[in-house]
Design a protein around this ligand. Structure first.
Ligand code: NDP
Length: 439
């Protein structure tokens, strides 16, 4: 690790896990003396590659591509692809590391991996996106397969990109198989996969609240992000009788005291791929705060009065000052749809104040769990109904909450689901690694 000093997010993710593992390592020598930690922080394989493609003006563009196959103790590598200009080896490594424990927490047979490219899809035509995806797959195809490594979407990679990637995989290999998840419903996709991460994140919050004789009904909620996870978090919050009043994107934060109009949001983001500021054209009484007007120590989306908060945009989007503002404004429940959205200092505040806090690797595992259900449907050549998949998703999220909560209780820190998630996830992977020998 000391040879990768620039990988700040990766260090952050590893430190959080190792800190949680302290009490477990003290009490169980087999985890301490077997080199398991040293093996776990080192990816099994890291692939970095060039992605040359031609833009609409005929100019050759070159991006960097990554696939990190982190840990296969529990099953084929599984984890999304992120296309965003901020992508680098450290970001993909942190996401891959988190994915190991998240996937273990689902109780399903999936290992951890992650990939992506420093490509900015914003402002690119459909043709450019297609050419980029095809070039990305020209290298990736040789490393993936339905029983080895099964990528999915993440930031910047949705149904359109998965379609272009799948088409190129099929062309290169001549095989029609479940090598990607998040596929279109006409060609091997699963119902509920699109909604799964957002729905799952809300189910996790509901589980946390129910354990304390409370529910989401009637609660005012803050949501950040305006992409796949945020949109379906908002949708499920409405289903459960809550009122989501914010969302955000890379241009700013939107606040609508009547509740975010989901139809308008979907039109802007899913159909037009526009900016949230456009929401005001239909709802002039809503408030839009551009990024330039954010408080210096944090993010405008966390500065409204509410009962619960759902960070669903990106890593480190919720600072210590935001955490204190949230608690000061009445928030008592936080469920993370994004990966590592809260800084370590913010997490410390949540735990010290005994907030119902669901860390991303537990609360957002509904997406990858439903991806595994997509793999199961592909392998058995069946398609389950929306209700069947949604019911499985709810059971899986309840199981994840149970595992985290029981583990936290066993270590005398019942409110600390960070410890619960890290220890429960670690144990499952470590036990499998120990049984498989030093490989
Ligand atoms: P999308 O690309 O669909 O949406 C991302 C949203 O976050 C967009 O609104 C985007 O703004 C905003 N955003 C992204 N990066 C930044 C940034 N650096 N600064 C400000 N805003 C930003 O991605 P998803 O909704 O799929 O992913 C959101 C989060 O959820 C990520 O952390 C991802 O890793 C995590 N996640 C996703 C899963 C999935 O199934 N998709 C599964 C588990 C976790 P804009 O619209 O302006 O681009």
């Amino acid at each position: 690790m000391a040879s990768s000093p620039a990988q700040a997010e990766f260090y952050q993710a590893v430190e959080e896990v190792l800190e949680s593992l302290g009490p477990l390592l003290e009490s169980e020598a087999r985890y301490r003396d077997s080199g398991i930690i040293e093996r776990m922080v080192e990816p099994e394989r890291q692939i970095m590659f060039r992605i040359p493609w031609v833009d609409d003006k005929g100019k050759v563009q070159v991006n960097k591509g990554y696939r990190i196959e982190f840990n296969s103790a529990l099953g084929p590598y599984k984890g999304g692809l992120r296309f965003h200009p901020s992508v680098n080896a450290g970001i993909i490594k942190f996401l891959g590391f988190e994915q190991i424990f998240k996937n273990a927490l689902t109780g399903l047979a999936i290992g951890g991996g992650k990939g992506g490219a420093n490509f900015n899809p914003k402002g690119r035509s459909d043709q450019e996106i297609m050419r980029f995806c095809q070039s990305f797959m020209n290298e990736l195809y040789r490393h993936i397969g339905p029983t080895t490594d099964v990528p999915a979407g993440d930031i910047g990679v949705g149904a359109r990109e998965i379609g272009y990637l799948f088409g190129q995989y099929k062309r290169l290999t001549g095989r029609y198989e479940g090598v990607l998840t998040g596929k279109g419903l006409l060609w091997g996709g699963s119902l509920v996969r699109k909604e799964a991460t957002g729905y799952g994140c809300v189910y996790f919050a509901q589980n946390m609240l129910q354990a304390h004789a409370d529910s989401l009904a009637g609660k005012t909620c803050l949501v950040s992000g305006a992409g796949n996870v945020a949109i379906y978090t908002i949708e499920k919050l409405y289903h459960l009788g809550a009122r989501p009043v914010t969302c955000s994107d890379s241009t700013g934060t939107l606040y609508d005291c009547h509740g975010i109009n989901l139809e308008t949001l979907k039109q802007i983001k899913e159909e037009r791929r526009g900016s949230l500021a456009e929401y005001l054209e239909e709802h002039p009484k809503a408030e839009f705060t551009p990024v330039e007007a954010y408080p210096e120590d944090g993010h405008a989306v966390w500065r409204y009065t509410a009962d619960a908060a759902f960070p669903c945009a990106t890593q480190n989007e919720l600072t210590e000052a935001d955490a204190r503002a949230l608690i000061g404004n009445g928030v008592r429940c936080i469920s993370e749809g994004a990966n590592m959205p809260s800084t370590p200092e913010a997490v410390e505040v949540f735990i010290a104040e005994r907030i119902h806090y669901g860390p991303g690797k537990a609360a957002n595992a509904g997406g990858v769990a439903t991806s595994q259900l997509e793999m199961a449907q592909n392998a058995s050549m069946q398609q389950w109904t929306f209700e069947q998949v949604d019911e499985r998703l709810q059971q899986i999220m309840a199981g994840i909450y149970q595992r985290c909560s029981e583990t936290a209780k066993a270590f005398d820190q019942p409110h600390n689901l960070v410890l619960g998630a890290n220890v429960a996830g670690f144990r499952r992977v470590a036990d499998a690694m120990l049984e498989q020998g030093v490989v």
